[in-house]
Design a protein around this ligand. Structure first.
Ligand SMILES: Nc1nc2c(ncn2[C@@H]2O[C@H](COP(=O)(O)OP(=O)(O)OP(=O)(O)O)[C@@H](O)[C@H]2O)c(=O)[nH]1
Ligand SMILES: [Mg+2]
Length: 448
């Protein structure tokens, strides 16, 4: 079975779900998809509705004949719907009682069942309404919290990544077609040098695109998953105070005792539209207790995985240097500038949580840091490990062709071209889609 196939023998259930957010709200949207939609309309709405036109209708309970609500009703006739199936949306009043009553009636109707997470999108994918990369983009769009996440997700949803990958694949398929023709109809003996030259040029071209995307995949992943910034330094340097100031709330305990923080304390920030995980950690020193030792071990481990470490030293204390061999970006910051002597106060990276001095400069510098790491426009954005793995495979196969000598055998050339195009097809879900579907759709919310 492939993405477009589906199992035509199985009777298709009509699925339904609350598609708007949980909790009490002014309006609640219940969405249905499947062959029983017309039946639901006939039994619950009674009056006809014109497809694709919003209509204000009474909603009736088929089981009792009672009036349930008055709502906006939409009917999307197959195949002109999100899923490609018959679809209905009921824009009910958002009261829990209303929603529960309508769901109860739907549940009692034959051929209807609640939707599984992501099932609407899964059906859309099966109907060829969107491809796998677009479905992932849609999941990211629903999960997006920041401006850059939204921008990246909507691009992928509207076919950004698909467009790039499909073009690369097309270029390689042309080369593959020529190779296969030569294998089938060419004369025995050497491969025409023109042909190898042309195919190699094609591979170099596509390899350039793929490698450019791979080179900045970290940027795309950072937008999706967040940039990790770790506060580190000796005890009492003011790490927790800075975390609280940046978060705008008392997330971590602050005290004048050295060795206060033990656990990793993480807050989510939005810097320049990018999600940032700011982590407060235990001060580094020779531990006094086993609990503190564990805290310090965690602090070191987290700093080693960070994108950026802010290494803090208090202006009124003896400077402590960061541990050597920390291979991440690191900035030295001087804290408690209000306690500094005149010489320290001129330090550019000095700040005081108490007076607020230097805080704006730090935030501006962080915003620049984050912006510089955003993926460039015009390059395909590989937002998931899945895309990266597939592109790496494609890149490897192409490199074998490019690095191969002029006398490369036609069948080897064809095999590598096949591997390269196949890996690209996986990105957009043209093949081997089943294994990733469950993983992707189980992360969707119900109703999407
Ligand atoms: N004067 C002054 N005091 C500060 C400033 N920032 C923090 N402090 C004080 O310094 C002490 C230590 O602050 P914390 O934020 O707990 O320091 P820490 O680095 O998290 O310490 P540990 O968790 O023990 O490693 C507290 O008494 C804070 O009030 C500042 O900008 N100026
Ligand atoms: Mg602390």
């Amino acid at each position: 079975m492939n993405a477009k196939g589906g199992d035509s023998r199985a009777p298709v259930d009509t699925i339904y779900a609350v598609a708007s957010g949980g909790g009490k709200a002014a309006i609640c949207v219940i969405r249905l998809s499947g062959p029983r939609c017309a039946d639901v309309l006939a039994r619950m709405i009674r009056q006809p509705v014109v497809p694709r036109e919003a209509a204000l209708r009474r909603i009736w309970a088929p089981s009792t004949g009672a009036l349930l609500d008055q709502a906006l009703v939409l009917h999307f006739e197959a195949p002109a719907s999100f899923t490609g199936e018959d679809g209905v949306e009921l824009h009910l009043h958002g009261g829990r009682g209303v929603v529960a009553a309508v769901l109860r009636e739907l549940d009692a109707m034959p051929g209807l069942r609640p939707a599984a997470p992501g099932e609407f999108t899964r059906r859309a994918l099966m109907a060829g309404k969107l491809d796998l990369a677009q479905a992932e983009g849609l999941a990211d769009l629903i999960d997006s919290e920041t401006e850059q996440q939204r921008a990246q997700a909507v691009k992928q949803f509207s076919g950004g990544l698909t467009g790039h990958v499909a073009l690369w694949r097309e270029r390689l398929l042309e080369a593959l077609a020529l190779t296969t023709a030569e294998i089938d109809f060419g004369e025995e003996g050497d491969v025409p040098p023109d042909l190898t030259r042309m195919i190699r040029a094609r591979c170099v071209e596509v390899l350039g695109y793929i490698d450019a995307a791979l080179a900045q995949q970290k940027g795309a992943a950072r937008v999706r998953e967040g940039v990790s910034i770790v506060l580190s330094g000796p005890p009492n340097a003011g790490k927790s105070s800075l975390l609280n100031a940046m978060a705008g709330r008392e997330a971590a305990i602050v005290s004048e005792h050295a060795g206060t923080t033990r656990d990793l304390i993480e807050v989510a920030l939005d810097i320049a539209g990018v999600p940032v995980w700011l982590v407060d950690t235990a001060g580094l020193r020779a531990a006094e207790t086993s609990v503190e030792a564990e805290g310090i071990a965690r602090a070191k481990a987290r700093a080693a995985q960070a994108d950026l470490v802010l290494w803090l030293n208090a202006a009124n204390e003896i400077r402590v240097e960061p541990p050597p061999k920390l291979s991440v970006d690191l900035w030295h910051l001087t804290t408690k500038a209000d306690l500094a002597s005149a010489t320290h106060a001129t330090d550019q990276a000095a700040l005081s949580v108490r007076t607020g001095a230097g805080m704006e400069a730090l935030m501006t510098r962080l915003a620049d840091y984050v912006r510089e790491r955003l993926p460039q426009d015009g390059v395909a954005q590989l937002t998931r490990q899945r895309h990266v793995k597939a592109c790496e495979r494609s890149s490897l196969a192409l490199r074998r062709i490019v690095d191969g000598g002029p006398g490369i055998a036609l069948d080897l050339l064809a095999a590598d071209l096949q591997e390269a195009t196949r890996a690209l097809a996986e990105v957009i879900g043209l093949i081997d889609v089943e294994q990733v579907l469950d993983d992707i759709f189980s992360r969707f919310c119900i109703g999407k």
